[in-house]
Ligand binder design. Structure first.
Ligand code: NAD
Ligand code: UDP
Length: 308
């Protein structure tokens, strides 16, 4: 199959491309390299079934493909808040153009949405029916509302134009190839512990997150793409940890003497997050297999090679 991966040079996209190439597909990676890197896909450069297109999805593009994994969008608050209007354009215009492309060439499109559509949730854990608690004027809105509109576009193209869609709501995902300085909690704590600087806990560390190892997530995305269920479907690991617990776990694994320091909690930071994955289990026969400690070990090994 000819498969387009937008955002393919990024963290999740590059792991997805590895799997698709190994399965023998013809893969086009489209990226503008805002947070993605050529080194993530370097190993496929000489393969004739791999193509790299440098392109910004806020501009239209014509390609002939059978499936589109639409991942292009910065995922870390530091990067999506750097240029919020651009984040909105990437989510809204970018998804509009990708839906148009899917319609034109009759391709199936999987949208990488996010648990952020639930905002700071007052229902716990979050099932797909929960409609969310998003502050539409806050600093996370460019991403949260952008993704909500992206989901709306996908469903309207499906209803109006019969475009074949799949919508995944991805919860916090971690693993090798996360950027050292992209501000996400797992990468921050690992880099800080390796560099023997204090681990920075925002707020009192009682807020919770659920962390999914990237290979589990990629398996879920591929199952969703090749299944009849269109979603939206939560993909994440239901194991829920406070940020303080995560800090202590990473501290114990890298540097038990590492200091923990407390910094102000960013505005609108969700207090709790845990996916209800009943739908993924029922329709995709999917659930995560990698425990947090095991996944952190693999991630720490990758960071050790890059961080000194
Ligand atoms: P990432 O930042 O590593 O990857 C995003 C990729 O998209 C990068 O390669 C970047 O260069 C590219 N990109 C950004 N804007 C673009 C544009 N306008 N045109 C073309 N390319 C563009 O992030 P990731 O963690 O790999 O996330 C991938 C997708 O998964 C995103 O859509 C994100 O919203 C979603 N997601 C990720 C997580 C997570 O925990 N990592 C959680 C929920 C949702
Ligand atoms: N966080 C933290 N220290 C850091 C980076 C993040 O305590 O150095 C917290 C952040 O406030 C949030 C959680 O960790 O409560 C997850 O943050 P991240 O940016 O990784 O993901 P998101 O908030 O988008 O889920």
């Amino acid at each position: 199959m000819r498969i387009l991966v937008t955002g393919g040079a990024g963290f999740i996209g590059s792991h997805l491309i590895d799997r698709l190439m190994e399965q023998g597909h013809d893969v086009i990676c489209l990226d503008n390299f805002y947070t993605g890197h050529k080194r993530n896909i370097l190993k496929w450069f000489d393969n004739p079934y791999f193509e790299l297109v440098r392109h910004d999805i806020t501009e239209p593009i014509r390609l002939e493909v059978d499936q589109i994994y639409h991942l292009a969008c910065p995922a870390s608050p530091v990067h999506y808040q750097f240029n919020p209007v651009k984040t909105i354009k990437t989510n809204v215009l970018g998804t509009l153009y990708m839906m148009g492309l899917a319609k034109r060439v009759n391709a199936r499109l999987l949208l990488a949405s996010t648990s952020e559509v639930y905002g700071d949730p007052d229902v716990h854990p979050q099932p797909e029916e929960y409609r969310g608690n998003v502050n539409c004027t806050g600093p996370r809105a460019c991403y949260d509302e952008g993704k909500r509109v992206a989901e709306t576009l996908a469903f309207e193209y499906h209803r109006e134009h019969k475009v074949d869609i799949r919508v995944a709501r991805i919860f916090n995902t971690y693993g090798p190839r996360m950027l050292e300085h992209d501000g996400r909690v797992v990468s921050n704590f690992i880099v800080q512990a390796l560099q023997k600087t204090p681990l920075t806990i925002y707020g009192d560390g009682s807020q919770t997150r659920s962390f999914c190892y990237v290979s589990d997530l990629v398996e879920g995305l591929i199952r969703l793409m090749n299944n009849d269920y269109i979603g939206p479907v939560n993909l994440g690991n239901p194991g829920e940890y406070t940020i303080l617990e995560l800090a202590q776990m990473i501290q114990g694994m890298i540097n038990p003497d590492a200091e923990l320091i407390y910094k102000p909690l960013p505005q609108d930071d969700p207090k709790q997050r845990q996916p209800d994955i009943t739908k993924a289990k029922t329709y995709l026969n999917w659930q995560p297999t990698i425990a947090l400690k095991e996944g952190l070990e693999m991630t720490i090994n990758d960071f050790r090679e890059r961080v000194s």
